[in-house]
Design a protein around this ligand. Structure first.
Ligand SMILES: [Zn+2]
Ligand SMILES: [Zn+2]
Length: 280
């Protein structure tokens, strides 16, 4: 199986590859700019070349995903915020094409007091706008949400409706084990999660699942709260992860950790080892 984790780009984009290599990650996820700002980072051609060379030379890191910034909200009632979100995603996908990124994983956002039905068209239109103006090799990947405050994407029905409406082979899904757990999907139970994945296949199509976020949970089942824990140290637990990793449809899907880390410095070799051992 393919395992990796989120790594920082502090000190330069190409540093992300070295960090991934140090931890033994075959797949890495990074931000392309500060996640708490709409300001884009402009990379020089030299920086892009350096990154591409480092990636090509790496014997460890084979695949790169971007994670969109935290401020994105395609479901907001504030038009300027939706426009800024679209712009940010377009910039991420344009830049991703220059460095052989697979795609950008993002949270659709929260509709606050509005219902899903009220914002569905707006969200679908925004997604279409991003896809229409960006390179064809870049995927736009919706991450399943934990479920608090009317966030979009915490149920299969909502996701399926968005998929139908956007109708693009470039729109994909990332499932986060902690978010599923917090939104009331018992990923730790082999039969229950197996059935849920079958339903996912029927409603959205398993070919549209392009990556998993592998995170244990600090918060209890169905808590609607997004709190990640190290693999095996949370309420999903080792046995739970063993069950997740044994789902046959997930065998070829990259698992990307966003865990606090043993030393509190983010995803690390120790967590990777636990994940790997539980997959055997
Ligand atoms: Zn995640
Ligand atoms: Zn999360």
């Amino acid at each position: 199986m393919i395992f990796g984790g989120h790594v920082s780009i502090a000190g330069g984009l190409e540093k992300a590859i070295g960090r991934g290599e140090k931890e033994g990650f075959e797949v890495i996820q990074t931000f392309a700019s500060s996640p708490r700002s709409f300001t884009v980072t402009n990379y020089t051609n030299d920086q892009i070349t350096a990154f591409n060379q480092a990636m090509k030379a790496s014997r460890v890191v084979k695949q790169l995903f971007f994670h969109g910034i935290y401020l994105l909200n395609l479901a907001s009632s504030k038009e300027y915020l939706v426009n800024l979100s679209v712009k940010s995603l377009v910039e991420y996908l344009n830049f991703g094409a220059k460095i052989n990124c697979t795609g950008t994983i993002f949270h659709v956002g929260s509709s606050k007091e509005q219902s899903f039905d009220e914002v569905k068209n707006q969200v679908a239109q925004a997604i279409k706008k991003v896809l229409e103006t960006t390179p064809k090799d870049q995927l736009l990947i919706i991450e399943s949400a934990a479920g608090a405050g009317n966030v979009i994407g915490n149920s299969l029905d909502e996701l399926a409706q968005l998929f139908n409406q956007v109708d693009s082979t470039r729109l994909k899904v990332c499932l986060d084990t902690q978010h599923l757990w917090a939104s009331g999907v018992n990923v730790a139970d082999k039969a229950i999660f197996g059935n849920w994945l079958k339903q996912f296949d029927q409603q959205i199509g398993i070919q549209n699942l392009v990556c998993m976020h592998a995170n244990d949970s600090k918060t209890e089942f169905n808590s609607k709260r997004d709190r990640h824990e190290n693999i095996g140290q949370g309420l999903i637990g080792r046995a739970g992860f063993q069950n997740i990793l044994s789902q046959s449809v997930l065998k070829n899907i990259p698992f990307i950790m966003e865990v606090p880390g043993i030393k509190g410095e983010g995803p690390d070799r120790e967590n990777l080892k636990i994940l790997h051992n539980l997959s055997l």
